[in-house]
Design a protein around this ligand. Structure first.
Ligand SMILES: CC(C)(COP(=O)(O)OP(=O)(O)OC[C@H]1O[C@@H](n2cnc3c(N)ncnc32)[C@H](O)[C@@H]1OP(=O)(O)O)[C@@H](O)C(=O)NCCC(=O)NCCS
Length: 236
């Protein structure tokens, strides 16, 4: 049975889908059949079966959801890639510009869908941090703020900030080709926010909006876009 069609998000919305990559069960073969030759080849390159299955579940579900917005069979959804590997969809009706971004951390997947503006999403499993990580992720100003937090709060603050930065870099499509300090945040602000600086510019930062997601107690997650006044619509 095919799933019902979906209406694309309006300009004040970002649709967010979340799923468990390990729970696709009998859907696996159906997902596999919808993947492109390039995706089959990539799936074949994973060393571990668990990672191969998660990749197929991620791409399979992505194609299924995009197909519902675009009124196309999942296999007919055409994906291409930006210069730093950000996938985008080319098989769209005239005048449409559905944008999307996918993130996965272990078995948790999250997909953001917007219309007319680029979006980025990041899910991070909260795990122990070692001494070198803050040095790699924070600007000098952020580092100073981070060091002032009590030790008991640092892990949460670290992953909240990391998710904001990675979601923003994924919205740009550069990923970590740009350094994480390209987006600089006020670490004292929890939840939805705007960066303090983007590329050192406060004026550019004011165009950005970063929203927090709660995929579960063991994860930090954020959705980012250079677009104001939008809200997350939970599609689960
Ligand atoms: C983008 C990036 C931050 C993602 O890191 P990650 O640890 O895999 O994080 P996530 O799980 O959140 O994101 C992965 C998904 O983001 C999407 N993605 C890949 N490259 C992307 C980019 N440049 N910008 C935005 N999204 C991207 C893909 O959908 C990918 O999942 P899929 O391949 O299973 O479909 C990281 O790969 C990066 O910095 N890439 C750019 C630099 C680079 O390696 N360039 C060479 C490739 S051409």
């Amino acid at each position: 049975m095919s799933s019902p069609p979906l209406t694309p998000p309006i300009t004040q919305e970002v649709h967010v889908w979340q799923w468990d990559l390990d729970a696709c069960g009998s859907d696996f073969d159906r997902y596999w059949a919808t993947l492109s030759a390039q995706e089959h080849e990539r799936a074949g390159n994973f060393r571990f079966e668990l990672h191969r299955r998660r990749y197929v579940s991620g791409r399979g579900k992505l194609r299924q959801i995009l197909g519902r917005y675009l009124a196309r069979a999942p296999r007919a959804v055409a994906l291409e890639y930006g210069p730093e590997g950000k996938p985008f969809c080319t098989s769209q009706p005239a005048g449409w510009r559905i944008c999307f971004n996918l993130s996965h951390s272990e078995n948790t997947a999250a997909l953001a869908i917007s219309s007319g503006f680029e979006v980025g999403i990041d899910v991070e499993r909260i795990r122990p941090i070692d001494e070198s990580m803050p040095l790699q992720v924070f600007s000098a100003r952020e580092r100073e703020q981070f060091d002032a937090f009590p030790a008991s709060e640092r892990q949460t603050v670290f992953f909240e900030t990391w998710a904001r930065k990675e979601a923003s870099l994924k919205a740009l499509g550069t990923g970590f080709v740009l350094p994480p300090e390209h987006f600089e945040f006020d670490l004292a602000v929890h939840g939805d926010t705007t960066p303090r600086f983007v590329g050192g510019e406060a004026a550019e930062a004011s165009h950005w909006c970063i929203r927090t997601l709660s995929p579960g107690p063991a994860c930090a997650a954020a959705v980012a876009a250079r677009h104001s006044g939008w809200s997350i619509i939970d599609m689960n």
